[in-house]
Design a protein around this ligand. Structure first.
Ligand code: NAI
Ligand code: COI
Ligand code: MG
Length: 357
């Protein structure tokens, strides 16, 4: 198969981890007889530095013309000035919106070889397999925002807005995902306080009752969910939630496998190219040191093969190679828990070495 892939390395550790995922994809292409072409484009802080815009038009055009996109991360202290006209993160939000990527799939799957990396007890986490569906192009990150007044009385606002169609489409997708898994769906909201959450809860209940009577459905408030996630994670199958709640809960869930550096994601819309990325950010504290964990990005590349290119065996091969690396005891610093660790490049090479085993 021929595929035209766009790489958006971005900032901080982004270029380091995307480089390893690219090598893995090149190795898969050679082994399975595919022709993948790669074109790198700018997003985030580096794009601001080079032209003042965190998402240049040429990047949007290249993404639209591609079969799939692999992104590293954006942002960093260099661009954190609160009075700046724009921010790297605005580029990421915009590309998601431009491409209509309303569904962010975040699988929280534990490699059995890695149960020792979590700060949580083995008996709590072992066997955890949750699929989060985070709504990605609506909610508070996209609501009306601004500032009013000035000086000591200045105020700022950002509104959470959800519409019926926005809730319907993400709940339908989540329910379909549940049908293909253990048949259970949990919707997470804050309906005791927030009006958009009350709409979300009403719409989700109707969609589930009318269209998915076979899926076991329940609702949990987001604050309680934050606790359940680390107390009884095995009780959850598919979880559907809004943009900000999904963002925060999945960072928390990264403590189940033990590190943000282990969790990939896929952002999908109604057709068109999907965008794949680790769930973590640009990790400025370790950028340039060669120690970032590239496995989340490598696993995101596996999701790209599975969801955008329909290459199941190839995606399985990457995931199996990651399992072998972990079984062989190889760990980057974030999952080493004090024992010996290897760097970003060595971890990428170790995955490639085990691809054909
Ligand atoms: N998708 C994206 O591009 C995202 C961008 N950001 C941006 O990233 C910047 C840094 O944000 P932080 O709050 O520090 O979150 P972060 O996710 O970048 O890092 C949080 C902690 O996890 C560690 N970490 C993250 N990924 C790792 C990896 N692959 N291997 C080993 N350790 C890893 C970091 O070293 C840090 O200690 C900010 O500018 C933020 O806005 C944050 C989240 C997502
Ligand atoms: C720009 C932010 C919303 C990025 C982020 O934290 C995420 O998508 O996980
Ligand atoms: Mg996040």
């Amino acid at each position: 198969m021929k595929a035209n892939l766009v790489l958006l390395p971005g900032d901080g550790i982004g270029p380091e981890i995307v480089a390893q995922a690219r090598l893995v994809l090149e190795s898969v292409a050679t082994q399975f007889g595919h022709e993948f072409s790669f074109a790198s484009h700018q997003i985030g802080g580096i794009a601001i530095d080079n032209g003042g815009d965190p998402l240049p038009q040429e990047t949007i055009d290249a993404c639209r013309a591609s079969d799939a996109i692999l992104l590293g991360a954006v942002g960093g202290p260099k661009w954190d000035d609160p009075s700046a006209k724009t921010r790297p993160e605005a580029g990421l939000l915009k590309i998601r919106k431009e491409l209509g990527l309303f569904a962010n799939l975040r699988p929280i799957k534990l490699f059995k070889e890695l149960v020792d990396a979590s700060p949580l007890k083995r008996e709590i986490i072992e066997g955890t397999d949750i699929l989060f569906l985070r709504e990605l192009t609506g909610g508070i990150y996209f609501g009306p925002s601004g500032r009013e007044g000035s000086g000591a009385t200045e105020s700022a606002f950002q509104s959470m807005v959800y519409s019926v169609p926005e809730v319907e489409r993400i709940v339908r997708l989540a329910a379909k995902a549940a049908q293909g898994r253990d048949g259970r769906l949990t919707s997470v909201d804050k309906a005791n306080v927030l009006e958009p959450s009350r709409l979300w809860r009403q719409v989700a209940a109707r969609v589930m009752a009318e269209e998915f009577p076979d899926v076991k459905y329940d609702v949990v408030l987001v604050d309680a969910m934050a606790m359940h996630l680390i107390n009884r994670p095995k009780d959850f199958d598919v979880v559907v939630t809004g943009n900000m709640f999904g963002d925060i809960l999945t960072d928390e869930a990264s403590m189940l496998p033990g590190s943000l550096g282990m969790l990939p994601s896929a952002s999908l819309g109604d057709g068109g190219p999907g965008l794949y990325e680790p769930i973590h950010g640009s990790a400025p504290d370790i950028a340039g040191k060669g120690i970032a964990n590239p496995l989340a990005t490598i696993l995101a590349a596996a999701m790209l093969l599975r969801h955008s290119l329909n290459l199941t065996a190839e995606a399985d091969a990457i995931e199996a190679a990651v399992g072998r690396v972990l079984a062989d005891g190889l760990r980057t610093a974030d999952i080493a828990r004090g024992s010996d660790s290897i760097g970003t490049e060595a971890m990428g090479a170790a995955v490639i070495q085990r691809l054909s085993v």
